[in-house]
Design a protein around this ligand. Structure first.
Ligand code: AKG
Ligand code: FE2
Length: 326
């Protein structure tokens, strides 16, 4: 293993314990209405939230609620297709494209996440789309939604760029969807209904503790489908996790490791996980949708102050995917 991938992996492998829960930290809800007119004010608010607990929610983001509801409904239909249909679109390891079930083993827990997922990475989808007969409208719904997510992610990254003293479009150029080297990903997630007999089993996780590999994550959740918890890296030792309240109208955002490197740690990536339900909570299946803004493969991630050695986004992601068995 080379030195550049040690930091994140070592950090992650220490995070498997159950820990405790605290509501003392605030996950801020930030309105991004009138984005252009309010750019400076929004940039200040995002920066403060990102450098504080590293997780924040944006509201008034401009994606109509019926579009969000529609993509969740479509994802739900996809996950309910017969296994023989979904099996035709297997995740090709290291590509962030295709369908997998219970295959992601987190370095923190050493056990497979109790979920299935379908990932869309624009240039890598040959043979991975269900036909219109199998699921009408799926492809266009997913493509449209990914493009909307990209736009919001680039707006938010534009704020961070300016605060870091870079050109506003610095990250937009690095996440170019028109290039074959594009590797941002939309991931539809489906966490299985939880078997009652497993309540209280602390070895099972819907998603084990991790930091994201990307620059910025946008996460869509459903009202009432809780379980996501965050822990700022600086407070790792305390093992006190804060629940994130899910809501249909908000996008939960977090900084990933790529942007942490790129900002010489000014923007910290933070641990999060999805814990299983507890006694008295809903055992139903849980859905979420994540957009991972990941710089194009050929982009060189160079930290201006030289805290980290330069490496390409391709090299970086390959290491992290391998460590997760995906
Ligand atoms: O489903 C969630 O709420 C979180 C998912 C997540 O953290 C991830 O896929 O990286
Ligand atoms: Fe994550």
């Amino acid at each position: 293993m080379t030195s550049y991938d040690m930091t994140e992996l070592n950090r992650e492998s220490q995070m498997g314990a159950v820990g405790t829960e605290t509501t003392d930290r605030e996950v801020r809800r930030i309105s991004i209405a009138d984005f252009e007119e309010r750019f400076d004010e929004i940039a200040d608010e995002l920066w403060a939230a990102a450098t504080d607990i590293g997780f924040f929610q944006v509201v008034d983001h401009g994606i109509p609620q019926d579009i969000v509801d529609g993509v969740f409904a479509m994802a739900n239909k996809f996950f309910h297709l017969p296994t023989e249909v979904k099996e035709q679109f297997p995740l090709k390891k290291g590509t962030n494209a295709g369908w997998e079930f219970a295959s992601q083993v987190r370095p923190s827990t050493g056990t497979a996440d109790q979920k299935e997922s379908y990932q869309y990475t624009k240039p890598r989808m040959d043979g991975l789309w269900p036909s219109e007969d199998e699921l009408a409208g799926f492809r266009s719904t997913v493509e449209d939604f990914e493009a909307r997510c990209w736009k919001i992610a680039m707006d938010l990254l534009g704020c961070f760029a300016v605060k870091l003293g870079l050109d506003r479009d610095f990250f937009t150029k690095a996440h170019d969807p028109s290039s074959d080297t594009y590797q941002s990903t939309l991931r539809l997630l489906y966490y299985y209904a939880f078997p009652e007999e497993m309540l209280g089993d602390h070895s099972i996780w819907r998603a084990g503790a991790h930091t994201d590999f990307d620059a910025l994550t946008l996460l869509f959740q459903r009202d009432g489908q809780g379980g996501l918890q965050v822990l700022p890296g600086a407070e790792m030792a305390g093992q006190e996790w804060t629940p994130v309240t899910p809501s249909d109208d908000a996008i939960t955002c977090n900084i990933g490791d790529m942007l942490m490197r790129w900002s010489d740690d000014k923007l910290p990536s933070n641990f999060h996980r999805v814990r299983p339900p507890r006694e008295g909570e809903s055992l139903d299946a849980r859905q979420s949708i994540a957009f991972f803004a990941q710089a194009n493969t050929d982009v060189l991630i160079e930290s201006p102050e030289g805290k980290y050695p330069p490496l390409t986004a391709a090299e970086y992601l390959a290491q992290r995917l391998k460590a997760n068995n995906v």
